[in-house]
Design a protein around this ligand. Structure first.
Ligand SMILES: NC(=O)c1ccc[n+]([C@@H]2O[C@H](COP(=O)([O-])OP(=O)(O)OC[C@H]3O[C@@H](n4cnc5c(N)ncnc54)[C@H](OP(=O)(O)O)[C@@H]3O)[C@@H](O)[C@H]2O)c1
Length: 219
């Protein structure tokens, strides 16, 4: 049986890798992508909807598929405020997830972050943790949470903080062994591969994959 995949965030670093994987996959004969601006990507399997992420009515009837993947995200700096960040990393994923659950999607996979924790003092990690907790309440067959460490890959935009973090993490990476292995930076492509691999396994329940497990899955 072939299936339909739904993706949000397909224009981003990780999402663009995942979109390619889904389009080349033999298990999906249709891929539906929701974007905020038209892209030049065209593929026989791909249906792309340009929607208003603030307005569920603009997309809810099109969220029809077996497996949904969320690679949405921003930074507080890029979004301009904590409120704007929260919209992209919490409100939008949850709104899409609720619509997908209502429309019968079975599997939901999302990129969260290493250290995500709804009780954290750190706003970024608290937002990611809250998103995980809210998703857990939804009636999907499976919810897969991917918590990568610093993402590596060729980004269109320059992010000074990430460049510095990558430099420091690379210097420290010899110490990231044993339980600290999950702090090693990870290629965005590997995260996409791991998301696909787990979706293929048709799992049941709520699962959290730490960065070192994501790296193992992608091997
Ligand atoms: N960067 C890291 O080192 C790191 C580490 C751990 C976890 N993460 C998490 O991993 C996930 C993926 O990160 P990434 O770096 O691959 O993402 P990214 O390259 O920043 O891409 C983000 C995606 O979200 C979309 N998006 C952003 N703001 C939006 C808005 N206001 N409305 C609609 N769509 C919007 C973007 O669409 P446009 O193309 O239209 O902008 C793009 O498709 C994120 O949730 C991030 O928090 C990142």
């Amino acid at each position: 049986m072939t299936k339909t995949a739904i993706i949000i965030g397909s224009t981003g670093l990780t999402g663009s890798h995942l979109l390619k994987i889904l389009l080349n996959s033999e298990i999906y004969d249709k891929v539906i992508s929701f974007v905020r601006q038209n892209t030049k990507i065209s593929h026989p399997k791909l249906t792309q909807y340009v929607v208003d992420f603030d307005d569920t009515d603009s997309y809810k009837e099109y969220v029809e598929g077996n497996d949904m993947f969320c690679c949405l995200g921003t930074t507080i700096k890029k979004a301009g405020s904590q409120e704007a960040f929260e919209k992209v990393d919490l409100t939008y994923p949850l709104q899409f997830a609720r619509v997908a659950a209502t429309n019968g999607t079975k599997q939901f996979s999302i990129i969260s972050s290493i250290g995500a924790n709804a009780e954290s003092d750190n706003f970024y990690l608290r937002t990611k943790g809250k998103c995980e907790e809210e998703l857990r309440k939804l009636p999907f067959q499976s919810i897969s949470i991917f918590r990568p460490s610093l993402l590596e890959g060729n980004r269109k935009e320059f992010r000074l903080g990430e460049k510095l973090a990558k430099y420091v993490m690379t210097l420290l990476s010899v110490f990231f062994i044993g339980k600290l292995r999950k702090y090693r930076p990870i290629k965005a492509k590997k995260v996409a591969e791991a998301m696909y691999k787990i979706a293929r396994q048709n799992t049941v329940g709520f699962h959290v994959y730490q960065s070192d497990e994501i790296a193992e899955l992608a091997k």
